[in-house]
Design a binder for this molecule. Structure first.
Ligand SMILES: *[C@@H]1O[C@H](CO)[C@@H](O)[C@H](O)[C@H]1NC(C)=O
Ligand SMILES: *[C@@H]1O[C@H](CO)[C@@H](O)[C@H](O)[C@H]1NC(C)=O
Length: 499
């Protein structure tokens, strides 16, 4: 690139000295020219030269045609004067009228005279060559430096020998996930493996769209994975979700299994990927829309969701411990249904972590995030105590109660089940505003309807009781996820359900 600029500069200077296309008159010493008044017309250059033939000094002046200029248009020197030593070419009328001195042996370049071909080439090309050489050396040093730096960077995160270990050709997604659940760190695959995996996924079909971007089904070594692709302006969401998923010891069978995060820079924009397990049933919302559920499935779904949330909320102390995490956007669309009809809690992008040592929350939580329909009363009226981490857990429990209501309505007991509906479907319009929700939930203190007939079926009766205790206006009075988990475990034993 730099070389090109130098070449352009040289051309520009040459072009300034040279007047192309216009013809000019020159003094001419050839016999033919004498008839024309010792002058000639040319489209090229006038040339003067001196030579000492037989010790006799001779001035030679001639016209040089355009095609004898080398290179054409931007002459470094002019041809057509073979055998002449001391050559001066110029580009104005009669400019070759000057008298050149005979070159002396000691100063072949001829002081005050034109330069010969070799000298001219040497003078022009020499510095140019040196400059190019310097540039090349500079470029080489820069690249070497850069490579050494990159290499050092890579050494910190990447160890190719490990890459091998994790990603040997015959290893499948199952092996990888097994590694994940047993790997010592408890926080997921090493970053370089994540990157390698992400970059060898083949996207298959789009399976969802959201405010952050798109979700795709992808294939990796014969297995399906889900790929959440964030638009570039959602980089912060991408980073935050990847960060939360890689919380130490987060992995749990009822929390969406995270596989990899990758930011691919393709030159024009950055592709932000989150790769996770793929669950063909999709979200709990989709599942309940399509199918009614048996009592057994209802308890399975509810218990597994409670287990996931309990694990998320729980703080585990010790070096291999995990901080308490509050989800803050729990809803049926953010819970996935696994093949075994257990839930996996997903979409941790808005989650907050609790640092119990300093009793602080790891990001400054803004007041009202999440989905308005599922916002707890204290979130809607902004009375939530954001300095207190447990407040966020209580808000999650309120939302879990709503999800339970969605599930229980679809429970097929004694041949009755209701159509799928979102919570508060009968009280607020679709896509309700905060104000609309606040009126219903805080002012009128309304909650989704729990039908009386649920009392006749033990499982539905227990579910209804749990919901009520999730929906208290006072967050602190609500059940904990662990409490709900225990109640539902008992229920499942009672109902003789293998979970
Ligand atoms: C002399 O000049 C005439 C007209 O300008 C031109 O046609 C002719 O070629 C010239 N002769 C030489 C030898 O340059
Ligand atoms: C060059 O030509 C010009 C115009 O014809 C003339 O005045 C001048 O004396 C010439 N010079 C030489 C050195 O012949």
């Amino acid at each position: 690139m730099a070389n090109l600029w130098i070449l352009l500069a040289v051309v520009a200077v040459q072009a300034a000295l040279y007047r192309p296309c216009e013809s000019l008159w020159c003094n001419c010493t050839t016999a033919q020219c004498e008839k024309n008044g010792s002058r000639c017309e040319t489209d090229g250059a006038c040339m003067a030269s001196t030579s000492a033939i037989d010790g006799q000094e001779q001035h030679i002046r001639i016209c040089i045609t355009r095609d004898n200029l080398v290179p054409p248009g931007q002459p470094f020197y002019c041809l057509g004067a073979e055998g002449l030593l001391n050559i001066h070419c110029c580009y104005t009328d009669y400019c070759n009228s000057i008298d050149l001195k005979v070159p002396s042996v000691t100063t072949p370049s001829g002081l005050g005279g034109g330069w010969g071909l070799v000298e001219l080439v040497a003078v022009i090309a020499g510095p140019l060559f040196l400059l190019c050489l310097l540039l090349l050396v500079g470029l080489f040093l820069y690249q070497y430096h850069q490579r050494a730096y990159n290499h050092r960077q890579r050494l910190e995160v990447e160890d190719p020998s490990c890459d091998h270990l994790y990603l040997a050709k015959d290893r499948t997604l199952q092996d990888l996930i097994y590694d994940l659940s047993t790997s010592g760190s408890g926080s997921g695959l090493p970053l370089f493996v994540q990157r390698t995996v992400a970059r060898t996924i083949v996207l298959q079909e789009i399976i969802g769209k959201g405010r952050f971007g798109e979700v795709w089904r992808g294939r990796w070594r014969g297995g399906d994975v889900a790929v959440k692709i964030f638009s570039s302006r959602e980089e912060r969401s991408w980073f935050r979700e990847a960060e939360i998923y890689q919380t130490i010891m987060l992995r749990h069978e009822n929390i969406l299994g995270f596989i990899a995060a990758d930011n691919k820079d393709n030159g024009t924009w950055t592709q932000l990927w989150l790769v996770s397990d793929y669950h063909e049933h999709g979200s709990l919302f989709d599942y309940l829309n399509h199918y009614s559920v048996t009592t057994e499935v209802m308890i399975k779904l509810a218990l597994s969701a409670a287990s996931g949330l309990a694990h998320l909320h729980m703080e585990i102390l010790g070096t291999q411990g995990k901080p308490g995490i509050a989800h803050r956007d729990l809803k049926s669309k953010n819970i996935l249904v696994k093949k075994n009809l257990n839930c996996a809690i997903a979409d941790l992008g808005l989650a907050v972590r609790h640092d119990s040592a300093s009793d602080t929350i790891d990001i400054a939580p803004n007041q009202r995030v999440g989905t308005k329909r599922y916002m707890a009363p204290e979130v809607l009226d902004e009375t939530i105590n954001m300095r207190h981490f447990d407040s966020f857990k209580c808000a999650d429990i309120y939302a879990l109660g709503l999800v339970y209501w969605e599930i229980a309505r679809r429970c097929n007991s004694g041949g009755i089940h209701e159509e799928y509906q979102l919570p508060y479907y009968d009280l607020v319009p679709s896509d309700p505003s905060i104000e609309e929700m606040r009126k219903v939930v805080c002012d009128q203190k309304l909650r989704p309807n729990i039908p009386n007939w649920w009392q006749s079926y033990e499982a539905l009766r227990v579910m209804g009781k749990i919901m009520r205790e999730c929906w208290y206006a006072n967050g602190a009075a609500r059940l904990t996820a662990l409490r709900i988990k225990k109640t539902l475990s008992q229920l499942s034993i009672q109902e003789d359900i293998k979970v």
